[in-house]
Design a protein around this ligand. Structure first.
Ligand code: UDP
Ligand code: MG
Length: 307
C-alpha cells in the first residue's frame, strides 16, 4: 500500500460525497495503491449511512465508526493505527482542505521531510477565528522553535514511521508538528489552498482557545520535561527559595540594627517564597520518582538498525 488518506468526520454527511469524488480525481492519476479511511466520530446525522452507500462506489474506502463522539485527536489516532500506507495524508472532511494539494504534499515529503504540514496562507474563515489562530501559531512557533506558520492545518502528509510513533490523544491534534519534531523527525511546510466551509458548521466553539492554552502547557511539559521534571520544578523552586532567603537575610540585618521587622509585608513575602521554593523542589523530586518508575516503558525514536 503506497498511501493512506485519513479523514475524521463528525456530522459531515453533506460534504463526504463531493470529498471522495474530488480525492479520486486528484489521486487516481498518480497510479498509487491507496486507501481512504474515514473515521466517523460518533456522528448523529446520516454520515454513517452516506459512508455505507459510498463504499459501493469506492471500494478503496474503509470506515471506522465510533459509537460516540470522542474528538478529532482520537479519530486521527485510530486512523493512524490502522493505516497501511507507506505515506499517510490527513485531511478534514468539510471540503475546506483541497485534495488537489495531495501531490504537492507528497512531492515535498520526497525532498527528505518526514512530515509536511499545510499552511492555510490564504484562509477563508471568520476573523474571530483567524486572529486568535495567528497569535496561537506565533506563540507556538516561538516556544517550540519550529519555524512553521500553521500548526493546526487539517491537511498534512507523513511518512508511515511518523504516524506509528506519535501519540495524539485529548485535543493534541493542534500540536502534531511539535510531537513529531520532538521524536527527531524533520518537519516541513507548504502553502495550501483553503476554502470556506460550505456545509454544516464548525465543530469547535470558543472553548478551543482556553483548551488550546492548557494543551500548550501540556505539550511543552511532555516534550521537554517529561523525563526530567526536576529540571523545571527544581529551577523554579531554587529561584523562589533564594529570593526568599535574600529577603529574610536583608530583614535579619535590619533586625540586628534595631528595627522591628515582624509587621513588614516583605517579611511574609520572604517566608512565602522560601516555602514555595522548597515545595517545588520536593514536587520535582516526586515527579522524578514517577518518571523513573515509568522509564522502562519509554520508547526511544530509532531511525535505523544495522545488524
Ligand atoms: N471533527 C471530528 N470530531 C470532532 C470535531 C471535529 O472528527 O469532535 C472533524 C470534523 O468533522 C472536520 C475536522 O475534524 O472534518 C475539522 O473540524 P472543523 O472543520 O469543525 O474545524 P475548523 O475548520 O472549524 O477548525
Ligand atoms: Mg473546517
Amino acid at each position: 500500500m503506497d498511501l493512506s488518506i485519513i479523514i475524521p468526520a463528525f456530522n459531515e454527511h453533506e460534504s463526504l460525497p463531493e470529498l471522495l469524488e474530488s480525492i479520486s480525481g486528484s489521486v487516481n492519476p498518480l497510479n498509487l495503491a491507496y486507501e481512504i479511511i474515514v473515521i466517523d466520530d460518533g456522528s448523529t446525522d446520516t454520515t454513517l449511512e452516506v459512508l455505507r452507500a459510498l463504499k459501493q462506489k469506492y471500494p478503496r474506502l474503509k470506515v471506522l465508526s465510533f459509537r460516540k463522539n470522542y474528538g478529532k485527536s482520537p479519530a486521527l489516532s485510530e486512523g493512524f493505527k490502522i493505516a497501511q500506507g507507506k505515506r499517510v495524508i490527513t485531511m478534514d472532511a468539510d471540503l475546506q482542505d483541497d485534495p488537489a494539494e495531495i501531490p504537492n504534499l507528497l512531492a515535498k515529503l520526497e525532498e527528505g521531510f518526514d512530515m509536511v504540514s499545510g499552511w492555510k496562507k490564504n484562509r477563508h474563515d471568520p476573523l474571530s477565528k483567524v486572529i486568535p489562530s495567528r497569535i496561537f501559531n506565533f506563540v507556538v512557533a516561538k516556544l517550540s522553535g519550529i519555524p512553521i506558520h500553521d500548526f493546526n492545518c487539517g491537511l498534512k502528509a507523513y511518512r508511515r514511521e511518523v504516524v506509528k510513533s506519535i501519540q495524539v490523544y485529548g485535543e493534541l491534534h493542534r500540536f502534531i508538528p511539535m510531537l513529531v519534531r520532538w521524536q527527531g523527525f524533520r518537519v516541513g511546510e507548504i502553502p495550501v489552498l483553503h476554502h470556506r466551509r460550505r456545509y454544516g458548521i464548525t465543530k469547535f466553539g470558543v472553548a478551543r482557545f482556553f483548551n488550546g492554552f492548557f494543551d500548550l502547557l501540556t505539550v511543552l511539559f511532555l516534550t521537554r520535561f517529561k523525563s526530567t521534571p526536576l529540571h523545571i520544578f527544581g529551577f523554579l523552586g531554587l529561584i523562589s527559595f533564594f529570593i526568599g532567603l535574600g529577603v529574610e537575610l536583608y530583614l535579619t540585618w535590619h533586625w540586628f540594627a534595631g528595627y522591628g521587622i515582624g509587621q513588614r509585608p516583605l517579611f511574609f513575602l520572604g517566608i512565602l517564597l522560601i516555602i514555595v521554593g522548597v515545595q517545588f523542589i520536593g514536587f520535582g523530586l516526586l515527579a522524578e520518582m514517577i518518571s523513573a518508575s515509568l522509564a522502562e516503558n519509554v520508547n526511544y525514536s530509532i531511525k535505523e538498525k544495522i545488524e
